[in-house]
Write a protein that binds this ligand. Structure first.
Ligand SMILES: [Ca+2]
Ligand SMILES: [Ca+2]
Ligand SMILES: [Ca+2]
Length: 457
């Protein structure tokens, strides 16, 4: 019954959109705040909340999604093998799911089976396409695991330094700052190498983010800070190795992947050592340990396409407790402190006549998909196309209240240094300094309301 009611109010909304086609003209009273992912939002708040396909996929699409779901969970092994062959020779992990736990965020360990933290690598300068400059014999990513008989490029270890923080109201929090140590490098690394730690983010809702019109994202850029709120924002423009064009970057923690196709094929290639029609060369091609033979792609085209389709068609979980007074007041604080200057609550997707679930949807991703300078404390010091060493893509906040469910122990920020949402906010700086400053001056009661709101996402 509940579902029927939601569906009928959605069709009303859809009719409304088609009439006026402007998000700003939506009748707020007809809008259900729980529907973070539009009409295909799923009502599941368990550990499986991020793993559902859109409602109403036709039979064929539902089958392709299933196939992609299977592929996402497959463990690859070294060649020769009958199935899932071709792992490595060097890699970071053996399957998509072993980094994206329950289709959610990863765990920041280095060198262990469940490690979801990887390190991008380069030296200062740019390549012919404006991207990071790869290092001979290492490429653009450090693979810290190898198949039998080969050497991992390096071993990584992490240590944390505690940093105490005290609120205006007196309470204290302990933050932890990571330091990374590279050991057992299989060949010497150049002295000026740069690394960027990246923890696996969730993979749901990405078809919706891919369908946000480019003009919408670009309209958020405020290069000279005309409205004087301290926030500028920058779009990343990156090379698409498949179309051979420069395109708007949307995916990855520095928005350096233009499409899900590039992101997913890149993950197979770099994270697992699996070649495909998009990236037919091994990530280690040209390196001293590689056989440097360009074999046929290790992954069938249909499996790559199904995995891409899977990440495009994972639905977004609904918000919870939206009518709680605490949550409502927390949302007001979020808006008042201008967290929403970057974490945009409402966006409208473009036209996609093939997928009703993606077509003209009002969604609440809480991101602008732009890069922002987040200050020196969060900086990795490594540029990535137009992203500087201080810049990160605004993390979408939808689903953030479910990380503890999907991951057991939740971790936040690009490297998982934050163990709580509170710690994540306290690391904000740079363009977010004004918002962070306001947050630190809140009373304890107001901070609790803000966190209740974030936990409802
Ligand atoms: Ca391989
Ligand atoms: Ca490498
Ligand atoms: Ca501004």
């Amino acid at each position: 019954m509940k579902k029927l009611y939601i569906i009928s109010s959605i069709s009303l909304l859809v009719a409304f959109f088609t009439m006026c086609n402007k998000a700003s003209m939506v009748d707020e009273s007809a809008y259900d705040e729980r529907l973070s992912g539009g009409s295909s939002t799923v009502f599941d708040a368990t550990s499986k909340a991020f793993g559902h396909a859109f409602d109403g996929l036709n039979n064929r699409d539902a089958q392709v999604h299933e196939l992609g779901d299977g592929a996402f969970g497959q463990t690859f092994v070294a060649a020769p093998a009958l199935i899932n062959s071709g792992l490595g020779p060097v890699f970071n992990n053996v399957s998509c799911i072993s980094c994206h736990h329950n289709d959610g965020k990863g765990t920041p360990t280095a060198g262990f089976v469940n490690s979801s933290l990887l390190f991008r690598l380069s030296i200062p300068g740019t390549d012919v396409n404006g991207g990071p400059l790869a290092i001979p014999n290492f490429g653009g990513q450090l693979q810290d695991v190898a198949i039998f008989g080969k050497q991992a490029e390096v071993n990584m270890s992490i240590s944390y330094t505690d940093i105490p923080f005290t609120y205006t109201s007196g309470e204290t929090v302990t933050l932890r700052k990571p330091t990374y140590t590279v050991t057992n490098s299989y060949l010497p690394l150049p002295a000026n190498y740069l690394i960027s730690p990246r923890l696996a983010p969730p993979v749901f809702g990405l078809g919706l983010l891919q369908n946000i019109p480019e003009q919408t994202i670009l309209s958020f850029v405020d290069k000279n800070d005309a409205n004087n709120d301290g926030i500028t924002g920058k779009a990343n423009f990156v090379y698409n190795a498949h179309t051979h064009k420069t395109e708007l970057g949307r995916f990855g923690l520095k928005a350096s992947a233009p499409t899900l196709q590039i992101q997913v094929a890149g993950a197979y290639n770099q994270d697992m050592g699996i070649t495909s029609y998009v990236f037919p060369k091994e990530s280690s091609f040209g390196q001293s340990q590689s056989d440097n033979i360009n074999d046929d792609p290790e992954l069938a085209d249909s499996i790559l396409d199904a995995t891409i389709f899977y990440t495009k068609t994972l639905a977004v979980p609904a918000r919870r407790n939206v009518t709680s007074p605490y949550v409502i007041q927390g949302k007001q604080l979020f808006m008042q402190m201008n967290c929403s200057g970057c974490h945009k609550p409402n966006l409208q997707t473009g036209v996609d006549l093939n997928f009703a679930a993606l077509n003209n949807q009002r969604i609440q991703p809480f991101t602008d998909l732009l890069l922002h300078d987040m200050g020196n404390d969060l900086a990795d010091g490594r540029p990535d196309y137009l992203a500087t060493g201080n810049e990160w893509r605004t993390a979408p906040l939808w689903g953030i209240g479910l990380f503890a469910k999907t991951n057991g122990t939740p971790f936040y920020l690009h490297d998982g240094r934050a163990r709580t949402i509170e710690e994540a906010i306290l690391w904000h700086g740079g363009e977010a300094q004004k918002s962070k400053g306001k947050y630190t001056q809140l009373s304890k009661a107001d901070r609790t309301k803000l966190i209740s709101f974030l936990q409802s996402l």
